[in-house]
Design a protein around this ligand. Structure first.
Ligand code: SF4
Length: 428
């Protein structure tokens, strides 16, 4: 999710994000000397403002896994985990994380990661989260606390669901966190951070909305994974994140004014030919190859579900400092991983229409049942509802064995040719 900034773009915001990530890993490396407590937790449903208000530092194992994938380290970590008995069918984020731990817990940026003082399991829809922390529990001698988030089985959030989460926060989660932190939660500190979160969320939504413009000044999938970096990870609720999203919004607005498209691995683009919505996580081991298969064809991703996995702000949700625990509950309940299939289909349909997409593409990831289940049904239903043609490719998150470059490239080329033909026909 949050990925270390590379030289894809020299934007100020990207340089800032790079500094923020480096500082965070530096703090983690020195956590034991500085007495900072470390909390391992997951991206969807993360309680970053709470962790931060208690003076602790988060570690997000999924982010370490995807960064290891981008840095070509994941294959050896997965092999390490498989050697230790983890099956080929297990989510590769988990195996990559376990392999990294077995290899010395050196983070993808090269700094050493401290062991957790607390495993904070915020459970939002994916059963693997639970199994993952069961495995980490066997490796680390530290407490585990779980926040159980009820699944949105009926596609809605009820008062009872919200109350159930708030009760857990008050009676179990916050006391457990206070014990590890060695201090009481200061509600004003939490409220301050929640207000900062909402500011950053406003700017992020403006960035997503810019994709309605033609040409879109952003790529809402490949570029989008950079944009979600700070807000989905350690920085939501910080001044740094507020500055980052303000800068990003300014940069995007400036590109829109000059008619520039998104920056791609091959530089800035202006030739928007196809507007695509993407469902499913990206492949990280061949991220730039995958991106080029789109940018080379003039295909810009105008919206994606993956960039909503850690918070669906464009549907209107903002963290609300006036109701701190309820707002944390609503945030967890509303994560994409916690939404049922009909709601996911509604959301993608909305994106196809709102962003005036020419097509939608599903990247079905072998590892991730939470995303992959029902995707062929999703494809058929969306084609029926919108009349927009769908494409389907298969890959994996961080296991390079499941990225068939030629096969995916062929499929995408055929798909874009089909879209081209459809456009030509429509123009006649
Ligand atoms: S199965 Fe999917 S949602 Fe679950 S932990 Fe793995 S990547 Fe995340």
């Amino acid at each position: 999710m949050a990925i270390a900034a590379t030289d894809v773009s020299k934007d100020r915001s990207q340089a800032r994000q790079k500094r923020m990530i480096a500082d965070h890993f530096d703090k983690l490396e020195h956590a034991k000397e500085t007495g900072k407590k470390v909390v391992y937790t997951f991206v969807p449903g993360n309680l970053t403002e709470l962790i931060d208000a208690l003076g602790m530092l988060p570690v997000l194992p999924e982010i370490n896994a995807l960064q290891s994938g981008m840095r070509k380290k994941s294959a050896e970590y997965i092999a390490e985990a498989e050697k230790a008995g983890h099956s080929e069918d297990v989510c590769t984020y988990v195996k990559c994380d376990i392999g990294m731990l077995k290899s010395g817990n050196v983070s993808p940026t090269g700094t050493r990661l401290p062991p957790p003082d607390l495993l904070l399991l915020s459970y939002t829809g994916c059963f693997t989260f639970m199994k993952w922390f069961e495995l980490l529990k066997q490796e680390y001698n530290c407490p585990v606390v779980m926040l159980h988030v009820p699944y949105q089985a009926d596609g809605m959030i009820t008062d009872e669901m919200r109350r159930y989460i708030v009760d857990q926060l008050e009676q179990v989660v916050i006391p457990a966190m206070e014990q590890v932190a060695g201090k009481k939660l200061d509600m004003q500190e939490l409220e301050k951070r929640l207000a900062l979160s909402a500011k950053a969320e406003d700017d992020l939504v403006a960035v997503w909305e810019s994709a309605r413009h033609r040409p879109s000044p952003i790529d809402g999938y490949f570029g989008g994974v950079y944009y979600i970096g700070p807000i989905f990870s350690a920085f939501r609720g910080t001044e740094d994140a507020v500055h980052y999203y303000r800068e990003l919004r300014e940069e995007v607005t400036a590109r829109m004014a000059t008619g520039e498209g998104p920056t791609t691995p091959d530089g800035p683009t202006t030739n928007e030919k196809f507007r695509i919505v993407v469902e499913g996580p990206p492949n990280w081991t061949h991220f730039y190859d995958f991106w080029r298969m789109f940018s080379r064809e003039g295909a810009t991703v105008v919206a994606s579900t993956y960039t909503r996995v850690g918070g669906l702000y464009d549907l209107g949700f903002r963290h609300d400092s006036r109701r701190p625990l309820e707002t944390l509950a609503d945030y967890c309940l509303g994560c994409y991983t916690n939404m049922n299939l009909p709601s996911r289909i509604d959301l993608i349909e909305q994106y196809i229409k709102r962003y005036d997409a020419d097509g939608f593409l599903i990247n079905s990831v072998k590892s991730c049942n939470s995303f992959s289940v029902g995707q062929l049904l999703v494809l058929r239903e969306l084609e029926k509802r919108t009349g927009v043609p769908g494409g389907f490719v298969e890959s994996d998150l961080v296991d390079p064995r499941y990225f068939g470059k030629a096969n995916i490239d062929n499929r995408l080329q055929s798909y874009f040719q089909m879209l081209e033909g459809k456009k030509r026909k429509g123009a006649q």
